[in-house]
Write a protein that binds this ligand. Structure first.
Ligand code: ATP
Ligand code: MG
Ligand code: MG
Ligand code: MG
Length: 473
């Protein structure tokens, strides 16, 4: 029997608990006291307080499963096997405690020991920083073949100033059938743009300090920070083609299929992309709303709004009309509740929030879609291939179509969007808005001047008035 995602998550935490780590519960997706981040996007992001010394942890060895959102991966969702906007990162951390000599054998043991995940070590590849010979030796020592230990300059983690250091990434070889279509494609290597070598685990050795003057010095306390995508790990263990056929997504996709009037997952590549986008986005939105973010026109709220709209549009592609996304919330809750009870606990509120947003959107969406279809039809008739900037902007401004939505929809019809034209229209509108605000502001100022004259005027006669001064002014 194959391990379930819940079992795999638990195994990871158990493994590191056996290695004397304390389990830190997942933090909220909404960063606390960290204005630099829109969403928590890695396991280490919530542990900054321990690494920067603001809080001393009870135990310098920490392990967690952390909810993450990465909106920068939005365009990858459904296109690659391995990206979502919402995912879980499994991590183990050393706050000035253990270092390379411990963490490398542990990672190897967890993945390959028959007591744990029992992967074939010959299917593992590791990338290392070229100068980091210590790490290369440690990988060889645990039993990774020399030709599976690769060196690349990319393996250095540095965000400018502050702690930094080399890292090492573990890839799993899923076999030749996953090579890019062209077998000689130079991207067919661990770390290249391919679906064969799946990056599963990133281990960061934070040993240096990047000083403001550009120099690197050794840190007095060296730290370890690792991150492994749970969905990717589960897809390996459950032997699925992408993350989306694992038990983390499949029940959601199956339910979408029942709503879709006969579409089936696996029938048509194009439909599958829509199934995957919907399954991903409903998880992101459910957890985000569960953590207190609400749809709106800016910041986190706008991300939620965009994700809901994108999911709704993909629902339309599958022939689903009317609000449907909210119906998936209890399924998301059930799949995740063994470790994250928050969605199940708030499922009515989350579903209501999503349904309301869907209704609001579908009112304008139907009008917008018929406009867009009309535009595309007349382009086809005139043998033209580009939607002009003004039309794209109208769809955005009046009908709530984000540019990428129009672009995706048009691409399916082999039509492009004049994106520069779109931007020019957007800029014009911003300027109009600014001008309008300017007027409001001067209105406001007048108002204030008027407000100051609130005591009834009193005739003080001419005697106090300096005529000369008045004339000079
Ligand atoms: P990739 O190169 O595949 O985009 P990454 O190098 O950006 O991954 P890291 O920042 O190293 O990812 O994050 C650590 C781990 O988190 C990755 O090895 C992967 O297992 C997982 N991960 C990262 N981004 C995603 C995502 N968008 N969806 C699912 N898992 C992810
Ligand atoms: Mg990435
Ligand atoms: Mg990578
Ligand atoms: Mg990485």
């Amino acid at each position: 029997k194959k391990l379930s995602s819940s079992e795999i998550r638990k195994m990871f935490l158990d493994f590191f608990q056996e290695k004397k780590h304390m389990i830190e519960p997942s933090a909220s997706l909404v960063p606390v006291d960290d204005p630099t981040l829109l969403w928590i996007n890695s396991g280490v992001a919530t542990l900054k307080k321990y690494f920067d010394g603001t809080v001393i942890p009870e135990n310098p060895r920490i392990t967690n499963a952390q909810k993450c959102i990465r909106t920068n991966d939005i365009e990858n969702v459904g296109k690659t096997a391995r990206h979502q906007t919402f995912f879980e990162m499994l991590g183990n951390f050393s706050v000035g405690d253990y270092f390379k000599e411990e963490v490398i054998p542990w990672a190897f043991e967890f993945l390959t020991s028959p007591d744990w995940l029992d992967m074939d070590k010959d299917l593992l590849y590791v990338t290392t920083y070229p100068k980091d010979t210590e790490t290369q030796k440690l990988w060889a020592k645990v039993g990774i073949a020399q030709d599976h230990i690769l060196k690349t300059e990319d393996n250095f983690w540095d965000i400018g100033e502050g702690p930094c250091g080399p890292d090492s990434e573990i890839f799993y070889d899923r076999g030749q059938s996953f090579n890019n279509l062209d077998a000689d494609d130079p991207e067919n290597y661990p770390g290249g743009e391919n679906e064969r070598y799946l990056e599963v685990w990133n281990i960061v050795f934070s040993e240096l300090n990047h000083l403001p003057n550009g120099k690197y010095v050794e840190q007095p306390h060296k730290n370890i920070d690792t991150g492994m995508g749970l969905e990717r790990l589960v897809s390996i263990i459950q032997g699925t083609e992408t993350n989306f056929e694992t038990d983390l997504f499949k029940p959601i996709i199956d339910h979408v299929a029942t709503l879709s009037n006969g579409r089936k997952y696996g029938d048509k590549a194009e439909d599958d992309v829509s199934f995957k986008i919907i399954a991903d986005h409903v998880r992101t939105v459910s957890f985000a709303v569960g953590d207190g973010a609400l749809p709106s026109n800016e910041g986190r709220g706008y991300v939620i709004r965009r994700l809901i709209r994108r999911a709704v549009l993909n629902g339309k592609k599958l022939g689903i009309n009317g609000p449907f996304l909210y119906k998936l919330v209890p399924i998301v809750g059930e799949i995740m509740e063994s470790y994250y009870p928050e969605v199940s606990q708030q499922k009515d509120f989350i579903a209501k929030t999503i349904e309301l947003e869907e209704k609001r959107f579908s009112e304008t969406l139907n009008d917008g879609l018929s406009l867009l279809n009309g535009i595309i039809e007349s382009l086809h008739e005139n043998n033209k291939k580009i939607i002009n900037g003004a039309d794209a902007f109208k769809l955005y401004d009046t009908y709530g179509f984000p540019l990428e939505m129009t672009r995706e929809y048009a691409h399916d019809e082999n039509i492009d969007v004049d994106e520069d034209g779109f931007k020019a229209n957007m800029e014009e509108q911003k300027q109009r808005a600014r001008a309008a605000r300017g007027n409001l502001q001067s209105m406001g100022m007048q108002d204030e001047t008027l407000m100051e004259i609130k005591t009834p005027s009193e005739f003080v006669g001419y005697k106090n008035v300096d005529i000369k001064a008045t004339l000079k002014n």
